[in-house]
Design a protein around this ligand. Structure first.
Ligand code: ASP
Length: 340
């Protein structure tokens, strides 16, 4: 009888042991899930990129290296000013990207790459993490600042994405600056860069920001891939692929081989890993860029920021023009892989 009782208690005892260990493990797992508590919550933060690709010291001249760093710093200073004075993440993202669109060093706006037919077709998107509002333009040829057009699509139209002639017409109606398509061509810059970068033209631009109200925003602007054909559209204007923001998770802007970023829905994948799997920003971004994308053969990188101001800038290419700043006065501008 006694033995019988012991036997019947054994499964119960085992169950108690198992649930004790399960509790311990799930506690550990949930510890990993939380945003890193050691990192002081930032009042505001900003991160930006100027494109990823075959960017090595050997391919850069010291002069060009200096120019890119100065350009990233100048753009970032615009965002820092807006955020530190209490401006919105959305405003910081748009204005920071506009500076880079106006700089021919980058493959966005003024410095956009050429299509197979020798034209410039630009894509851009912006997203507001506070309400998941988003706007984008694709394949536009005469809007001086596509990122501003994307913001107008978001705030002043009932649509998310406008393309080609329709997007231009909308931009005109919004009073945005329209330029002749030749505006996007600068011969000297074009030839200089082609020579220096051995026909590799990279420099899509993007920015993510967290503002003092805890709102996140992301934006991306690009000329797309050199030699693109048939009005090809990349990942930048596709919400969830090259651009995404959600106050509950993170803001992401991508750069790289768009066809991969679209199919692997890179920006939203990072957000989803945080939302549904409890990964930290850094874990999620690393997993997508340096594991999933690498296995798929998609080169490039992302910049991202979460609701506490954590920043991640992973890339699997040789280099990525990138910069960040936080309210506690940490900042940096980087180009090559070995820079931290
Ligand atoms: N992602 C861009 C595109 O595929 C290009 C780039 O970031 O370099 O259009």
């Amino acid at each position: 009888m006694q033995i019988k009782t012991k036997r019947s208690l054994l499964p119960l005892f085992l169950m108690i042991c198992l649930s004790f260990f399960a509790c311990q493990n799930s506690k550990k797992a949930s510890d990993n899930k939380s945003f890193n508590p050691e990192i002081k919550k930032q009042e505001w933060a900003i991160v930006l990129h100027g494109g990823a690709g075959v960017i090595t010291r050997e391919k850069m001249t010291p002069e060009l290296d200096k120019q890119y760093r100065a350009a990233l710093q100048e753009a970032m200073n615009t965002g820092i000013k807006i955020l530190s004075e209490g401006g919105s993440a959305l405003e910081a993202v748009e204005k920071t990207i506009r500076i880079m669109e106006d700089n021919p060093l980058f493959n966005a706006g003024k410095g956009a790459v050429f299509t197979h037919e020798g034209k410039n077709e630009l894509d851009a998107a912006i997203m507001d993490g506070s309400n998941l509002a988003a706007g984008s333009v694709a394949g536009v040829t005469d809007i001086k600042n596509p990122i501003t057009a994307a913001r107008c699509v978001m705030t002043n139209s009932e649509h998310v994405m406008l393309s080609g002639k329709g997007a231009s017409q909308f931009a005109k109606e919004q009073g945005l600056e329209i330029v002749p398509p030749s505006y996007f061509y600068t011969e000297k810059r074009y030839n200089d860069l082609q020579k220096t970068l051995k026909r590799e033209k990279m420099g899509t631009v993007g920015c993510c920001a967290l503002d003092k109200n805890g709102n996140l925003a992301a934006g991306t602007s690009t000329g797309g891939m050199t030699n693109k054909k048939y009005n090809r559209i990349g990942d930048a204007p596709i919400i969830g692929a090259g651009t995404y923001a959600n106050n509950n998770t993170c803001a992401v802007s991508a750069t790289g081989h768009g066809e991969y970023f679209i199919r692997w829905t890179v920006a939203h994948d990072i957000s989803a890993l945080i939302e549904y799997k409890g990964l930290t920003l850094i874990e999620a971004a690393e997993l997508v860029v340096n594991d999933k994308l690498v296995k798929a053969g998609g080169s490039g990188g992302v910049i991202c920021i979460d609701k506490t101001g954590n920043i991640s800038m992973p890339f699997n290419s040789e280099g990525m023009f990138r910069a960040y700043a936080t309210a506690d006065k940490k900042e940096g501008v980087f180009i090559y892989k070995d820079e931290k």
